[in-house]
Design a binder for this molecule. Sequence first.
Ligand SMILES: Nc1nc2c(c(=O)[nH]1)N[C@H]1C(S)=C(S)[C@@H](COP(=O)(O)O)O[C@H]1N2
Ligand SMILES: [Mo]
Length: 313
Amino acid sequence: MLILKPDDIPSSEITPRSAYLNRRQFIAAATAAAAGTAFAKASTETTKLSTIKGPLSTTGEDLTPFDYITHYNNFYEFGVEKGDPAKNAWRLQTRPWTITVEGLVSKPKTFDIDDLLKLRPLEERVYRMRCVEAWSMVIPWVGYSLSEFIKQCEPLGKAKYVQFLSLADRKQMPGLSQSSINWPYSEGLRMDEAMHPLTLLCVGLYGQVLPNQDGAPVRIVVPWKYGFKSAKSIVKIRFVDKQPHTAWNDEAPNEYGFYSNVNPNVDHPRWSQKYERRIGEPIFKQRRATLMFNGYADQVASLYNGMDLRKYY
Ligand SMILES: Nc1nc2c(c(=O)[nH]1)N[C@H]1C(S)=C(S)[C@@H](COP(=O)(O)O)O[C@H]1N2
Ligand SMILES: [Mo]
């Protein structure tokens, strides 16, 4: 079963922001009533984070409004529709939370999320994000370079790749039984990609802790790759010597490659990647050209020198 596809909702059906907010308040109230204390508990966790301005921020683009970032999601553990994560992710318990580090490291370790939050100063980093389904957003993430965390993990020289594994818990995640994904959601990067300063260990957005539907309490963000490379709600990081298996590549290997760098010149077998729709913008501004490496070519193109990007899609 293949689910990822370009979103073909006509632009005319995109709800204006005012109506959207009203509906959102309605949904929040209805969900709170249905969920009782669980929702109340989750909503008290929208704690503010103190951040410094990250020098690696993308400039000159309007931010996607918070309500779109939190109500138009892909997070299949909570359902396959864009609105499902916002409806269902209140079930996710984000404390206590640990990341287990294993594989080719000097010694396996477990990190508590509250210690990770204190490891480095938290930066606000504005990144363009491009989903493989040909929509995009501009998001003010909060976090610090994954490389800072990887240094704490003490990987061995033999480690060539990093694998990220998301939580997969049937009690909290109603979407696990709704799609054929090979759970837990697995993603991976080559070590030099993982160590690149743009690759973010992300704990928040818009100056607050990550909303559950965006991958609380900790996710990866890799802005020059299609969105599915940015694994949410991660509980395990494994250092390995061979390219790890990844969830979408397991699902459809000819459609979703390991590298999945944003590339307008290499179409998906079922659709073009030349253009994208910017979520939340007025209809006349929505269609825009997709940029090589999502606009981060100056910073990352050298990672792929000499590689055929058609072969390593
Ligand atoms: N664990 C997990 N991570 C995931 C996904 C998912 O379904 N499960 N979806 C991916 C996809 S396809 C995209 S586009 C981004 C969306 O992130 P956002 O909802 O915060 O914008 O998360 C990625 N990370
Ligand atoms: Mo995506």
